[in-house]
Design a protein around this ligand. Structure first.
Ligand SMILES: Nc1ncnc2c1ncn2[C@@H]1O[C@H](COP(=O)(O)OP(=O)(O)OP(=O)(O)O)[C@@H](O)[C@H]1O
Ligand SMILES: [Mg+2]
Length: 435
């Protein structure tokens, strides 16, 4: 990291000293939060990690991290009794919801789904709406954030002067309707939304650039055109900004947004369809126990982090016929060769895996081309690309994206794909503290 970052810090006013700026990266699949105290300056952005029992039992493949899943668990009385990943009251040791508990995920995406993306809305408990689930989730997040923030005595500040300002990420594709819906839901969830400065919405792409500039201010200069590619769980969004000024960083969009539901969720749903088809071929009267759930976990915790690595899958233990194939231990003793179940595992060929990944990867590469051409049409040069978003954890996606960028001689700005947006959201919130 460069030492010259944030040289510019104009004097802070007395009124602003006691502000706590809280950034929430409210993703469709994962959520994270961070804060900074204005009097401490921008150097001290702290990411919150004390979520309730968050990742108490780390899932294989998911390192313990300060991100929580954007999911909620309802009981029969329509109360959100659990949220985030691990709540012993709602999840059994095997990792499945206990009887009477319904898990709801993907609700954030369905507040403003893309028109031509065919992702089904999650089944909701009777009487609950997507908006209601959002309010419940936001309310839990708000309360947990408050319990994790330092109090006035820790900060040597007068409690009556402390004010909290929230900055929350939204997809760049959200229109005014989706934005105002989020504001109303936040009010219902107990956030104080007196004005746009108390509770402001920041696009993930912009937040990412703020953090990248903070991490290494030599990454880009005034006049550069930077493509920001946010490859999130559901949405992949790309837009190019021209850097208008540094210290303070000011940006102007110079292309239209490219957006597709091409993240890991779309890839996973292709895989789930393949599994369903294989299960049908078992021709069982009763649904086979846990086969679908085990394959789902296998894809999320093993295939997404490893597919594309040269040593994955490791050599198969069965015979040469299966060499190079992928397997998920489904714990079944009977053989169902017609459903590719042998030796207790369900098997998948490399072609089957590629058929899940390639449609999304091709969409992502198409979006890079689109941005590249849009800049070329303006007779400008696309200098570099900032890559963020959890779907890039997959080696296959990330290597194809990197090859495409290097083909166009676009330099990649390295960043922490998982936490860049949340930290940058706090920095975006710090801007007017110093104005
Ligand atoms: N360690 C990991 N192991 C497996 N997958 C991971 C890991 N870290 C991130 N992911 C993948 O990243 C995705 C989440 O990425 P991210 O947090 O950027 O999405 P999001 O912001 O919630 O989604 P969106 O941008 O669509 O709102 C998950 O769906 C998961 O597939
Ligand atoms: Mg995101």
């Amino acid at each position: 990291m460069s030492n010259q970052k944030v040289d510019y810090q104009p004097p802070i006013t007395e009124r602003n000293r006691s502000q706590i700026i809280i950034g929430i990266d409210f993703g469709a699949t994962f959520t994270a939060a961070a804060y900074a105290v204005a009097s401490d300056g921008m150097r001290k952005v702290k990411v919150l990690s004390q979520w309730p029992k968050s990742f108490a039992r780390p899932i294989k493949g998911f390192p313990k991290q300060p991100k929580i899943e954007t999911v909620g668990y309802y009981n029969q009385y329509l109360n959100m009794v659990g949220w985030s990943e691990s709540e012993d009251e709602v999840i059994s040791y095997a990792g499945y919801p206990r009887p009477g508990i319904q898990k709801i995920e993907e609700f954030r995406y369905h507040i403003a789904p893309l028109k031509d993306a065919n992702l089904e809305s999650p089944p909701l408990p009777p009487g609950k709406t997507i908006e209601g689930v959002m309010v419940d989730f936001l309310s839990h997040v708000r309360q947990s954030i408050l319990s994790q923030l330092p109090d006035a005595s820790d900060l040597s500040l007068d409690a009556s002067h402390i004010s909290h300002r929230y900055f929350i990420t939204i997809p760049a594709s959200w229109d005014e309707d989706a934005r105002s819906k989020l504001r109303s839901m936040a009010i219902e969830a107990g956030f104080r939304v007196r004005s746009e400065t108390d509770f402001a919405l920041v696009t993930g792409t912009e937040a990412a650039l703020f953090q990248a500039d903070f991490d290494d201010s030599s990454s880009f200069q005034v006049g550069d055109n930077i493509l920001v590619a946010d490859c999130g769980g559901h949405l992949v969004e790309m837009v190019t900004y021209e850097v208008k000024s540094k210290n303070p960083l000011r940006l102007a969009k110079c292309t239209g947004l490219s957006v597709e539901a091409a993240g890991a969720s779309a890839i996973s749903s292709c895989f789930h369809n393949i599994v369903r088809e294989k299960i049908k071929k078992m021709k069982l009267v009763n649904r086979p126990p846990r086969v679908y759930a085990k394959c789902r976990d296998f894809f999320r915790s093993e295939v997404i982090p490893q597919f594309g690595n040269p040593d994955y899958p490791p050599p198969a233990f069965l015979d040469l016929k299966r060499a190079g194939d992928f397997w998920c231990d489904v714990g079944i003793e009977l053989e169902f060769p017609e459903a590719d179940i042998e030796e207790g595992c369900m098997w998948f060929t490399k072609e089957e895996m590629l058929s899940c990944f390639d449609p999304s990867v091709n969409q992502i590469l198409g979006m890079i081309e689109e941005q590249f051409c849009a800049i070329k049409l303006q007779q400008k040069t696309l200098k570099s690309c900032l890559l963020v978003g959890g779907s890039l954890v997959n080696p296959y996606i990330s290597s194809r994206v990197n090859s495409c960028l290097s083909l166009h001689e676009i330099k990649v700005i390295q960043s922490d794909t998982n936490l860049t947006c949340v930290k940058g959201t706090v920095l975006a919130g710090m801007r007017d503290v110093y104005d």
